[in-house]
Ligand binder design. Structure first.
Ligand code: 5GP
Length: 215
């Protein structure tokens, strides 16, 4: 992956790793799309998965679709920073892909489940963990039904998983209620901007100020 190095003041440090979780149907895809259009240096981490291709997901853009055999080999080779089985399929974050982006100063958003968030706490302590909460179970169920991509059995499984994930909201650094896309996006955007200004991220900038007299 070839990326242009960012030289402006905000990005002399490693980028911010944002871990975003929400139950299935919680609106993550729309939120991430909007965030990326409003935060130009934000990139989406493309997970590897063994799930079947859905019409709204593009290979190489939304996911890297791989066989179970390939996924297992990647696990054996230690290529994943975190991986998990979600709804019976494998999903994982490539360590190499993520680190290339962060080291080039890009902020990266990971759309991963709660197991992924927990594993990222161990594998990469500097992440910012955000949980997107639906305003009610009813709204969540309606969103899932209107998507129409799951059969009744899958839908029930996703709703049950949603309940289990939602009770663990307190493990995250921030919780954003998605009753309205615009306000959810603006809240998360504010979190990212605030995180960029954290004092503990300014060591490199600080050194430059003293060494060169400017940044
Ligand atoms: P979907 O197949 O509906 O796009 O995603 C199903 C679930 O898998 C979502 O909760 C999503 O956040 C999660 N997921 C996607 N990629 C990853 C990943 O790389 N790691 C983990 N742990 N979960 C993932």
């Amino acid at each position: 992956m070839i990326l242009e190095k960012k030289n402006d003041m905000e990005h002399v440090n490693q980028g911010i790793c944002i871990i975003l979780s929400a139950p299935s149907g919680g609106g993550k895809t729309s939120i991430i799309r909007e965030l990326m259009s409003r935060l130009p240096i934000l990139k989406h981490s493309i997970s590897y998965t063994t799930r079947s291709v859905r019409s709204d997901k593009e290979d190489g853009k939304d996911y890297h679709f791989v066989t179970e055999d390939t996924f297992r080999k990647m696990v054996e080779n230690g290529e994943f920073l975190e991986w998990a089985v979600v709804h019976g399929k494998f999903y994982g974050t490539s360590k190499h892909d993520l680190m290339v982006l962060l080291d080039n100063g890009y902020d990266v958003i990971l759309d991963i489940d709660i197991q992924g968030s927990r594993n990222m706490r161990k594998a990469f302590q500097k992440g910012v963990h955000i949980f997107v909460m639906p305003p009610s179970m009813e709204v969540l169920e309606n969103r899932l039904r209107s998507r129409g991509s799951e059969n009744e059995e899958d839908l029930k499984k996703r709703l049950e998983n949603a309940r289990n994930e939602m009770v663990a909201y307190w493990e995250y650094d921030y919780v954003v209620i998605n009753s309205n896309l615009e306000s959810a996006v603006e809240t998360i955007k504010s979190i990212v901007i605030a995180e960029r200004a954290r004092a503990d991220r300014f060591e490199t900038v600080f050194k430059r100020i003293f060494e060169k007299g400017d940044i």
